[in-house]
Design a protein around this ligand. Structure first.
Ligand code: C2E
Ligand code: MG
Ligand code: MG
Length: 732
């Protein structure tokens, strides 16, 4: 072969190399188009498994898509599916974007009102109702159902099939379900294939498919009724005719047997809600546990630090700082306690330390604190101030408390060395400050310690050993408070306290018109004590209310008994000024009492002392008004004893004034007293109030009062206060 031939062959080879592939591409393109027309089919994409987007390829797929593609291919079309952008299929019909739209059940008008034409039926689609749980299946003709608005065409077909049915369209499936759950609609309607997908959602497990309501709807494609439209429909129909039932069933089966439903985030949350909830609770408990532990550890650490800061390492009792703090706490927490604060010191401690060594001295101090604290309650404290100086806050349980302490603590302490065979007696000096009620309010521990220290100095100067009081009067008073207030609960129980009655008389007729209840106390230790002693003490400690409640109850019991015996009486009871507090509903208490004992309110007269009105007029006037609203009689006791201005008489709404002769006749010019009494009687009468005179001791007084217009009287001239039995006898 010549070179030219070789070159020619090479050129031909190269040409073939370039030309042949081009020819191949054109051939392939020809075969692809194959003369086939592209048919743009508008479909929805939110109806899995009929029409939906493949999550991986993002292509439009589903039963409807495959059926239509098969029919289109049979008709010689290349099917191109486009997701409908319009809200409904009816609107999509008016869009030039699509050649045909699907799905349709039958011919409907486009949204602009144009006529349409539809293909042959591709397949019968079963439609089923879904109801809420076990709700009864509604009668279709009368029911109200919900459908997706994209099925507006289908809704029209349903209306034609079931006239009388009510249909509401919703944009999304969650809205449909919400309407069903709230009872807005009786059931939801959709094709069964879609339900088979939608109901896989875990939170829709309460929805129930009602197979009995199933009916079939055609599944067609449609377009505007135009010459071109009709041509497309005719051609498609040839393809549809060619689809065998087996093929259609295969397509349906392919999609309905796949597990297409994909869980979203909320589905997972719903599915695992119980696990998540228990997990959250466990986690919360865990966190709470940790926080609690941390707090506990923190508290313990704080406690330890406090211990270190506030404890005396040698004896284990508090140091000065700790003691002061604890005293403050205790005085605040226990205002009811009568406390003594003492300061003690061993006079000859220096000698002991020097002669017997520090060790022995330390032992002695430890012995002292152990002996003392062994007798303590939680409401008491001991502190080491310096060296051999100790302070103690001690609660006065009774008047014998100090002699007991003397025996149990100080005697063994004084004899510490004697008991150990050495001839040395300790000299202990103690100063005592009796804490006053005022100290509970204005707590100044340094000042109290100073007072105790001053008393201790006095003891040291005057005594070899023993104690001195800074304020002995307060100590006496303290003892009395303890004897009276401390003993009151027991006295109320054991009958030491009795209610006596002092009759009140109408002097003109001589008839007993009432009585005043006065209490009497035969104290186990102190004997008869006068109300003049124990009432102020109980008022000071706030315990008067316990006593008065007892008296009121006892009086009501007696009144009830007399009522039953047919002897209807009225009794005046005393209401202390300390009883009247804003947090205590006094009118309510009296009302409960008369209900309990079935009494009339006017059988109880309530005496409130005049001075109380001066101290707290606003609240007292309110209480008085409320008492009178209930029907009780209110009396102003001891009129003339206080400093009330006459203007009070105008303000205070009482029924009766109890004029105390003591205060009006006790001292001074008798003639002036008579003038005052005369004028008071006149004034009270003019003010429209009732009047009773108390403290009437002589006939002369009684006659004078009667002459001036005051008939009601109470006093020794008539009767002294007497036990209930005597009172009953005196009245027959
Ligand atoms: P009060 O309410 O003014 O009672 C009248 C007091 O005068 C009584 O004293 C009574 O025994 C006394 N008295 C009556 N007639 C005469 C008389 O002709 N001459 C003299 N000198 N005195 C007479 P008592 O029983 O010692 O009570 C004193 C005060 O104690 C009472 O004064 C009252 O304020 C109070 N009190 C008595 N019992 C109670 C009670 O149960 N509760 C309350 N809160 N206070 C009471
Ligand atoms: Mg009274
Ligand atoms: Mg009185």
């Amino acid at each position: 072969m010549k070179v030219t031939q070789v070159v020619r062959h090479f050129v031909i080879f190269i040409i073939c190399l370039f030309i042949l592939p081009l020819w191949g591409i054109t051939a392939q393109a020809d075969s692809e188009n194959n003369g086939a027309d592209v048919l743009v089919i508008g479909v929805p994409a939110d109806r899995c498994p009929v029409f939906y987007l493949d999550p991986e390829t993002k292509e439009t797929v589903g039963i409807g898509v495959d059926l239509m593609r098969a029919a289109a291919e049979e008709a010689g079309y290349t099917a191109a599916f486009r997701v409908i952008a319009e809200k409904t299929n009816k609107e999509a019909l008016d869009s030039p974007e699509y050649d045909i739209i699907m799905p349709f059940g039958s011919e409907i008008k486009s949204s602009s009102g144009k006529e349409t034409i539809v293909t042959e039926n591709l397949i019968q689609t079963p439609f089923t109702m879904v109801t809420n749980g076990n709700n009864k299946l509604p009668v279709l003709h009368e029911s109200h159902i919900g459908m997706l608005s994209s099925l507006a065409g289908g809704a029209e077909t349903v209306k034609q099939l079931y006239p009388g049915i009510g249909i509401t369209l919703y944009d999304t499936m969650p809205e449909c379900v919400k309407a069903l759950r709230s009872g807005e609609v009786d059931a939801l309607l959709h094709n069964s294939y879609v339900w088979s997908y939608v109901l896989q959602k875990p939170s829709y497990s309460d929805l129930k498919v009602q197979p009995a309501t199933m009916f079939s709807m055609d599944f067609r494609a449609g377009t505007l009724d135009t010459p071109e439209g009709r041509a497309v429909i005719d051609r498609l129909n040839t393809g549809i005719d060619k689809l065998t039932d087996t093929r259609k069933q295969a397509i349906v089966l392919d999609y309905t047997s796949r597990r297409l439903y994909q869980y979203d985030f909320w589905d997972y949350i719903y599915e695992y809600r119980f696990i998540l909830l228990s997990g959250t609770i466990l986690f919360a408990l865990f966190i709470i546990g940790i926080v609690h532990m941390q707090r506990k550890v923190h508290r313990q650490q704080e406690e330890k630090i406090r211990e270190l800061k506030e404890r005396d390492p040698l004896t284990g009792v508090l140091n000065l700082e700790g003691f002061k703090k604890r005293v403050e706490e205790l005085l605040l927490a226990h205002p009811e306690n009568q406390y003594l604060l003492s300061f003690s010191n061993i006079k000859n401690f220096k000698f002991i330390n020097e002669s017997m060594g520090r060790e022995t001295g330390d032992e002695l101090l430890r012995f002292w604190t152990q002996k003392s604290t062994a007798t303590f309650s939680d409401e008491e404290a001991m502190g080491r101030i310096t060296g051999d100086r100790f302070a103690v806050l001690r609660k006065l349980a009774d008047a014998e408390q100090m002699s007991r302490d003397e025996k149990e603590v100080f005697e063994p302490l004084r004899n510490y060395f004697i008991d150990r065979g050495k001839e040395i007696q300790l000299q202990i000096c103690t100063g005592v400050y009796a804490i006053t009620p005022e100290d509970h309010k204005n707590i100044d521990v340094d000042r109290m310690l100073d007072y105790a220290r001053m008393a201790e100095k006095k003891a040291r100067a005057t005594l070899k050993t023993g104690y001195e009081f800074y304020n002995p009067e307060q100590w006496e008073k303290g003892k009395q408070i303890v004897d009276i207030s401390g003993h009151l609960p027991a006295a109320l129980q054991t009958g030491e306290i009795q209610v006596w009655y002092q009759p009140q008389v109408d002097y003109t007729t001589g008839v007993v018109s009432g009585a005043e209840a006065l209490c009497r106390w035969k104290h186990a230790k102190l004997g008869w004590i006068s109300p003049g002693v124990f009432i102020p003490t109980l008022e000071e400690t706030g315990m008067i209310f316990d006593l008065d409640s007892f008296v009121w109850d006892k009086v009501c019991q007696d009144l009830h008994r007399w009522n039953q015996e047919g002897k209807r009486r009225s009794v005046s009871v005393n209401l202390s000024r300390s009883d009247i507090r804003e947090d205590r509903n006094i009118p309510g208490i009296f009302y409960e009492l008369i209900k309990k004992y079935d009494l009339d309110p006017e059988q109880l007269r309530i005496e409130i002392t005049e001075t109380a009105y001066v101290e707290n007029p606003g609240f007292l006037i309110q209480t008085t008004s409320e008492l009178r609203e209930y029907g009780f009689q209110v009396e102003m006791d001891d009129f003339g004893s206080g400093y009330s201005s006459l203007h009070m008489l105008k303000e205070v709404p009482v029924d009766r004034i109890k004029m105390d002769l003591h205060f009006l006749t006790g001292t001074g010019d008798m003639e002036k007293s008579r003038i005052i009494i005369t004028q008071v009687i006149k004034m009270i009468e003019l003010l429209g109030m009732k009047l009773i005179a108390e403290g009437v001791e002589t006939k002369a007084q009684a006659d004078f009062l009667k002459e001036r217009g005051c008939q009601e009287m109470q006093g020794y001239y008539f009767y002294k206060p007497m036990p209930v039995e005597d009172f009953e006898k005196a009245q027959g």
